[in-house]
Design a protein around this ligand. Sequence first.
Ligand SMILES: N[C@@H](CCC(=O)N[C@@H](CS)C(=O)NCC(=O)O)C(=O)O
Ligand SMILES: [Fe+2]
Length: 363
Amino acid sequence: MLFKQLFDEKSCTYTYLIADLDSKNAIFIDPVDTNLDIYIALLKEHSLTLKYSLETHVHADHITASGMLRQQLDCKTGVGSLCGAETADIQIQDGDIFQISQHEHIKAIETPGHTLGSVSFLWRDRIFSGDALLINGCGRTDFQGGDAGKLYDSITQRIFTLQDDTLVYPGHDYNGHWVSNIRQERTTNSRLANNNREQFIDIMDNLNLPQPKLIDLAVPANRYCGTDPETANQAATQQTDKVEPMQKHLTAQDLTAQAKQYITEIDVAKVKSTIDLNAICLIDIREQSEVDEGCIDNAHLIPRGVLEFKIDALEAIKDKSDTILLYCRSGGRSALAAKALQDMGYSNVLSMAGGYEAWKQHA
Ligand SMILES: N[C@@H](CCC(=O)N[C@@H](CS)C(=O)NCC(=O)O)C(=O)O
Ligand SMILES: [Fe+2]
């Protein structure tokens, strides 16, 4: 086997390459866009075929190289199913197995808290903990559906329950460390070792960190695997036609259909005949380039990528039970976004079926 830990100095991000030198299959975890050439050269050097490019979460501080790796190398991209990355080929769920070769696989473990959809990956005696567990630290919990209580549960119930000598490879390190193990983090991590759940939540709620510099750019971009929506969609379609997944995973379409079972969709005719759009909170969740072609009057413009952490600040919403109507281009993204807001406790969220396309067509 080949295992490499690569460091992006600008964002202090760790990227991992795991490859089987017999089958020549490889997987990247958390690749960074600016290092694409290094990744491709590395794969070439060892004559490797990239099977998967996986994300531990939709990152807020750098742009992923997953979409570009998919375009250039035909790999599958995988992102946690609650991350809102609808163009990822695989919507990762707890327990998903990524087969590298006949005898080698990586298992996904849901570890929400840093973000709603964060996952970790377990390979042999190594856990790739993303930004859930960092060395002597942990990921912040103040954006993208982050939740300190959930993070505490993920770390204590899903990560610290692994064997003591499991190696911990984090998603970032800002202090020059590169690897730890479960025993060390369980017994010495300054946020976790001597604190109970309430104390941990209190620490996390009072970090007062500045926002990552790239957050407004990175989160929306990473929801499209770091490439622009049009190209990402095309690549995803081509991939589905060309390569059979190694096993059954949820596709973006499956996920949208699933979300629609939990949310309330309303069609345009009904919106126009029954809803006073000035009396509710209307949110257009499309990207700016789509909004530039027209939008519904008085809609708040909050792209899907930043919805979870901008919605709380929206003055039009006084209470989590206020009516919120979401729309996108054709009704897929808004269904997923409605589910995400529901999960955050908003109890009266509607998704406009058919989106802005349907709105334009309805006289
Ligand atoms: N200064 C960095 C911010 C880095 C940051 O906030 N990183 C996140 C992970 S995406 C975190 O959880 N950091 C934990 C910490 O700083 O303790 C930037 O502008 O990008
Ligand atoms: Fe992060």
